[in-house]
Design a protein. Structure first.
Length: 343
């Protein structure tokens, strides 16, 4: 395992870079945010490209709005009005966007330097003590384990034990571009999501609690569609987010394949798997052209897409939405995987 210093936190503490390699794929991670820094994958001719967006250095990852393959918690996505009731007690959180909190607010794991607990050529395990920032109850011991196998599958295993009952929604906010992180918009790449329904949202992008069918709507991605065409259709139908930023209700339960993506020019393909009920498709909608990336690349709107596996947004305030609560002194686990291959 190659493990080198990537930087130093402003208040002290080393940030580490770790490398995994298997199945023709190389993955680089940094301890800051337990972040996916690079995924180097071959095309059909054996040419290697970095297929996730990011920054070159720690300062870049720490800057506001940086594209980042970081772990998100304690609660990924939005909580309406920055408040929830659990076990009969009302909890007020520190809202960080308009009238809601997103991605855990001040305690967002993407802004924390994880401890490296284990490092091999195929596995990296990180740990974090969440002390309960932004008004969330109790503390949580969190571990995130990345492992890479001979099929080119990157497995992400999350585990957590809270000291008090709490909402919990862990994900990774990695931005994919299968043509390469420096290749421009993802319009010609196709996406398929195994979901017959989605959860609509209001003008603050807070789920309304309703569940709509994707049939006869721009959200019908049950067959492979070019992202450019799908974004255009969504805009023409009155979409207000300049692209996709929506939770899909995934088919089935337990461990299953939930999405596919493909870049025909390179032959690079991606499959996503999870045991969670939802996935947020986000198409990097509001980025000014010329935003700094890696290796001299610059980014703009729609230069990447995210498949953020999750419990449905604001599930703590929507009792009919599944899961999203971890219980005191009980082990919480969830797993997601991304498989990189060529076809």
């Amino acid at each position: 395992m190659a493990m080198t210093k990537f930087g130093e936190m402003p208040g002290g503490g080393d940030v580490w870079l770790l490398e995994l390699s298997a199945g023709g794929v190389c993955v680089e991670l940094i301890s800051y945010g337990a972040t996916l820094h690079r995924v180097l994958a071959p095309d059909r001719d054996g040419n290697i490209a970095d297929v996730i967006l990011g920054r070159d250095d720690l300062e870049g990852y720490m800057s506001p709005g940086a594209p980042s393959g970081a772990v998100i918690g304690r609660v990924a996505n939005r909580i309406k009005n920055g408040a929830f009731t659990l076990n009969g007690k009302r909890h007020r959180l520190e809202s960080n966007e308009r009238r809601f909190i997103i991605h855990g607010g001040a305690g967002n794991y993407a802004r924390k330097n994880f401890a490296v607990m284990e490092a091999t050529d195929r596995l990296a395990r990180f740990a974090l003590r969440d002390v309960g920032e932004a008004g969330f109850p109790g503390e949580i011991s969190v571990e995130v384990c990345y492992s890479l196998d001979d099929s080119g599958t990157l497995l992400i295993e999350y585990s957590a034990v809270p000291t008090r009952d709490t909402p919990l929604n862990l994900t990774n906010h990695v931005y994919f571009n299968l043509a390469g992180q420096d290749s421009g918009p993802v319009y010609d790449q196709t996406i398929k999501i195994n979901a017959d329904y989605y959860t609509p949202s209001d003008r603050n992008n807070i789920t309304t609690g309703e569940i709509y069918s994707v049939k006869n709507s721009p959200y019908d991605l049950t067959r492979p569609r070019m992202l450019g065409e799908a974004i255009e259709e969504l805009d023409e139908a009155g979409g207000i987010w300049n692209g996709f930023d929506i939770n899909f209700v995934l088919k089935g339960e337990g461990w299953r394949k939930i999405a596919e993506a493909y870049d025909e020019d390179s032959g690079r393909a991606l499959e996503a798997y999870t045991d969670l009920p939802g996935v947020q498709l986000f198409t990097m909608n509001y980025v000014r052209d010329g935003a700094p990336g890696k290796d001299g690349a610059t980014y703009g709107a729609h230069y990447g897409f995210c498949l953020e596996t999750q419990f449905f947004p604001d599930s703590i305030n929507k009792p009919h939405f599944p899961g999203g609560i971890a219980y005191a002194d009980e082990l919480f686990t969830t797993t997601t995987a991304y498989r990189f291959f060529v076809k």
